[in-house]
Design a protein around this ligand. Structure first.
Ligand code: ZN
Length: 166
């Protein structure tokens, strides 16, 4: 991992996508969202948490969520993704960094993110150890195009900035 001399602010990007599946819960940013369809995945398939976890790890070159929590490990099945996010925060914190700010876009035809935005922001903020004013969550459709447009699943893109705090 980088040292202080490298930079005082680091930036990381994360991407994640999951397929919609019936009979699964829809959990985004640690919030249970009422929906006809949930998301398929080995863990709880929380694409917001997965994208942010990758952004945080990426900011300091600490690998990715798949290396930290391999899906070949039975212990990771249906794992709480807020817990994975918190583990990533602890990892970068032990290297001397803290999360400064996070911005997320959720690309999905449904559900609408707006009604759940504030709850998601505050859930993420507590996991990240920052104020919810420093967590941005935005919803966007794909204008009916491609696999997202056909409602086969959804995607998330996250950017995180980390600051050196030693
Ligand atoms: Zn994922």
């Amino acid at each position: 991992m980088p040292r202080e001399s490298d930079a005082s602010i680091r930036v990381g990007i994360g991407y994640d996508s999951h397929r919609f599946a019936p009979g699964r819960p829809l959990i985004l940013g640690g919030v249970d969202i009422p929906s006809e369809f949930g998301l398929h995945g080995h863990s709880d398939a929380d694409a917001i948490c997965h994208a942010i976890t990758d952004a945080i790890l990426g900011a300091v070159g600490a690998g990715d969520i798949g290396e930290m929590f391999p899906d070949t490990e039975p212990a990771n099945k249906d794992r709480d993704s807020i817990g994975m996010l918190e583990a990533a925060v602890r990892r970068v914190s032990s290297a001397g960094y803290s999360v400064n700010q996070v911005d997320v876009s959720v690309i999905a035809e449904s559900p609408r993110i707006g009604p759940h935005r504030d709850k998601i922001r505050s859930r993420l903020a507590s996991a990240l150890g920052i104020d919810s004013a420093s967590v941005s969550v935005k919803g966007k459709t794909n204008e009916g195009m491609g696999w997202i447009g056909r409602k086969e699943g959804l995607a998330c893109i996250a950017v995180a900035t980390l600051k050196w705090n030693r």
